[in-house]
Every structure is written in structure tokens, then in C-alpha cells.
Design a protein around this ligand. Structure first.
Ligand code: CTP
Length: 403
């Protein structure tokens, strides 16, 4: 999955011949899963039509502060547009537009939006080779970099003037590859390894029966996905679930029993920076597993159970640098019990689920949690989707490394 997936992107098109290539650029951004809002300078409309770009971007294209043909139309608010965006790309960025960006000129919607943008801005210059090398252009690049903007360098090749040299706007494929590389290198969990456990465990009674629980695994899978989306390498150790997670940064290892989950966690723990124990591990398992299917010969039947190993507590015992997050599901004295669990299992953070909250827990799409850290700082959260809770948990991991 591309790092551009789900990103809200403003594509600012200024008036150079390379504007015709923005049709391909919009298509590639949409294909990568981004939402694209195109803003054109008036001059750029001579090179590519707004209809082409609105069709490809699936959004109306803006080019002026108001719609001249419709006096009832709303003002195109450059501030709202700029705040909507996760990133802004100006491609092609002509020498004229670049110099206006440097001087803070805002005589068109694209420039006004640029000045209002708080998101990262990328610009892909396009001009003739002598213009590209001119001291004034180089000075503009320098100032824009000082502003925090990122240049997507022009490429070498045939130019519209008939000359050949540096100045061609980077090919759309290369612009997308540049953005992906740059964004990936800045992901906050890049370089971190995260172990996540998820789902129930099944404890065999005989070859066909087991003791299990209703955990869907969704919470753990959502955490794994959110961490991977932010650049972490994730090992997801999952008990039996119907879920799947295909992501280049997620290694999914399926296990069945608590003992198998324990073994898998201990195999990986030394190499990871973070471990999140979201699995609903069985606390007990049948002491003896029948080798043949048990016949219903008796009127009553009992199974002797023995404790499984507490995986999380065992990780807490051997942890060195690892940031260790556990879950707690309590029905009474919630905060007190959760605090005891932090100490007993040597955790850095516990995510407390209370069964007293409707809408939270097993099999529901939502969850209401309270975070308690190792210093016993208690932070109750709102009821939200499990995806949003997963994001909050991942934000706690980020805060730990970027405090
Ligand atoms: N856990 C684990 N291995 C077990 C049992 C639990 O790793 N054998 C982890 C869960 O993944 C979760 C936390 O421990 O992160 C939950 O603990 P919980 O089951 O709520 O509490 P217990 O420590 O088992 O204590 P009790 O059941 O008595 O409340």
C-alpha cells in the first residue's frame, strides 16, 4: 500500500507546457489512493483543461477566488483548502510562480493557498535550461528550501524550446516515487520494530474440541496496521481469527494455543522495540489433552484445567529497552486493578477496557478505554471506533520516542 493512500493532496498547476503532464500525475495520485484537489493558475488553463483534471481527480477544479459565471457561487476559500490538505504539490512550478512564492505575492488562488498552507509543500520546477540555471532561480530554490518546502528536481532532456538540458519537469512517475520515498523517510515509527499479539487462543480438549473466547482480534489487527502505516516493522502474532492483514511492513504469524503464542513472542521479543499485548489469551487450558475424540459416555463430565503461562508478564520480566503495553479488562475497582497489573507485569502503559461502558469490548466495533502509564497517570478516552483507539495507542508509542 502506498504511503500516499488516504492522503489529501492539493495539486497546484502553474502555466508551463509541462502542465499537460499533470493529467498523468493526477491519475497516479488517485491510483495510489490519495484524494486530489486541483488548483490551477489562470495561465495553466491554456495548457491543460480544467475538465480533464476535474474528471481525473473526481473533484471540481478551482482557479479563481470566485466563479465568474455564477454570481451566487460560493467564494473559493483558500484558507479552508489549505487546511484540508495533508500535503501540497506545485507541479509544474514555473519560474514566475516560484518567484511569487518567494515574495509572498498572492495574486491568484494557487498562491493564496500556498501562503495559507501549514502542510508540507513540494514543488517540481519546469522551465528552459538557462532559466533553470539562472542565479535568480537558484536563489528562489534556496529561499523556498529555507521556508521548509521541498524541491522535486527537474530532469534532463528535450525541452519545449527545442534545446536539450536540465529543466524538464520530473516525470509524473518520478514525482510520485519521490513523494513516497520522502514521506516514508519521515514516518515517525520508521526503524522501529513492534510486536503485536491479537485474537483469542484455542486450548485443545481433544482433536476436535477446544476452549476459546469471543475475541475477534480486531483491536490487535488495527494496532498492527496503524503502526505499519507509520513506518514500523510489525510482527503480528495472531490467534485464530477471520481477519487478514496484507501490508509490506507486517509479518503475520498465526498460532493457535497460548503456548504457541508464548513461544512466538519469545522468539521475536529480543529484536523488537515495542510489544503490544492485545490478545485475549486463555488463562487456563485442559491439563490433559485426549488423543482421541472424547465419547459422550458419562452423564457429567469435567475437565481439569491448569494455568497457561502469562505471556505479557513473562515479557515484562525480561524486558530491557522495550516499551511494553498491555490490556486489562476489569469489571470492578478498574483503575486500582489496572495499576496493580502495571506493577505485576512490569508494563509501561496499560489500556484499560471497562465492561461497565456500553459500546465497548468484545465483538463491538467501538471501544472506550482509559490509558494508565507506569507513573499511574490516568487518561480516560472517549468512546470511539477501534481504529481510532488503535491510532491513540500508536500515538502513545510515538510520544514515547519523540517526547
Ligand atoms: N495476557 C497474556 N497472557 C496470558 C493472559 C493475559 O499475555 N496468559 C495479557 C493480555 O494480552 C492482556 C493482559 O495480559 O494484555 C490482560 O490481562 P488480564 O487477562 O486482564 O488479566 P490477568 O493478568 O489475566 O488477571 P485477571 O484475569 O486475574 O484479571
Amino acid at each position: 500500500m502506498s504511503v500516499l493512500s488516504g492522503k489529501k493532496i492539493i495539486l497546484g498547476v502553474s502555466g508551463g507546457i509541462a502542465a499537460y503532464k499533470t493529467a498523468t500525475l493526477v491519475r497516479l495520485l488517485i491510483k495510489a489512493g490519495a484524494q486530489v484537489q486541483v488548483i490551477m493558475t489562470p495561465a495553466s488553463k491554456d495548457f491543460v483543461t480544467p475538465l480533464t483534471l476535474s474528471t481525473l481527480s473526481k473533484n471540481p477544479v478551482y482557479s479563481s477566488f470566485f466563479n465568474e459565471e455564477d454570481e451566487n457561487a460560493l467564494w473559493n476559500n483558500h484558507v479552508d483548502l489549505a487546511l484540508w490538505a495533508d500535503l501540497m504539490i506545485i507541479a509544474p512550478a514555473t519560474a514566475n510562480t516560484l518567484s511569487k512564492m518567494v515574495s509572498g505575492n498572492s495574486d491568484n488562488l494557487l498562491l493564496a493557498t500556498y501562503l495559507s498552507a501549514k502542510c508540507p509543500v513540494y514543488f517540481a520546477p519546469a522551465m528552459d535550461l538557462d532559466m533553470y540555471k539562472h542565479a535568480s532561480t537558484l536563489a528562489n530554490f534556496h529561499v523556498l528550501k529555507e521556508f521548509g518546502d521541498t524541491i522535486i528536481p527537474a530532469e534532463n532532456g528535450e525541452l519545449a524550446s527545442g534545446l536539450s538540458g536540465e529543466g524538464r519537469m520530473a516525470e509524473p512517475e518520478n514525482i510520485v516515487a519521490f513523494l513516497e520515498r520522502d514521506l516514508e523517510s519521515k514516518l515517525p515509527l520508521r526503524g522501529k520494530k513492534v510486536l503485536v499479539t491479537a485474537g483469542p487462543t484455542y486450548e485443545a480438549i481433544d482433536p476436535v474440541r477446544f476452549i476459546g473466547n469471543h475475541s475477534s482480534g480486531k483491536m490487535g489487527y488495527d494496532i498492527a496496521k496503524a503502526a505499519a502505516n507509520l513506518g514500523a516493522e510489525v510482527i503480528l502474532v495472531s490467534g485464530p481469527t477471520h481477519l487478514d492483514l496484507k501490508h509490506p511492513l507486517v509479518q503475520l504469524e498465526r498460532v493457535t494455543s497460548a503456548q504457541e503464542m508464548y513461544d512466538a513472542c519469545h522468539r521475536y521479543f529480543n529484536a523488537v522495540d515495542v510489544a503490544v499485548s492485545a490478545a485475549a489469551v486463555a488463562d487456563y487450558r485442559p491439563k490433559n489433552v485426549a488423543s482421541q475424540k472424547i465419547k459422550k459416555n458419562e452423564a457429567t463430565f469435567s475437565i481439569e484445567l491448569e494455568k497457561t503461562k502469562d505471556i505479557l508478564a513473562s515479557l515484562g520480566e525480561i524486558k530491557t529497552r522495550q516499551f511494553l503495553i498491555g490490556f486489562a479488562l476489569e469489571t470492578e475497582n478498574e483503575i486500582e486493578h489496572a495499576k496493580q497489573k502495571i506493577q505485576k507485569k512490569n508494563l509501561d502503559l496499560i489500556v484499560l477496557n471497562s465492561l461497565n461502558d456500553s459500546g465497548a469490548g468484545f465483538g463491538k466495533p467501538t471501544n472506550k478505554v482509559t490509558f494508565i502509564d507506569k507513573n499511574f497517570l490516568v487518561e480516560p478516552m472517549e468512546l470511539k471506533s477501534k481504529e481510532a483507539v488503535a491510532q491513540d495507542i500508536v500515538n502513545k508509542i510515538i510520544a514515547h520516542y519523540h517526547a
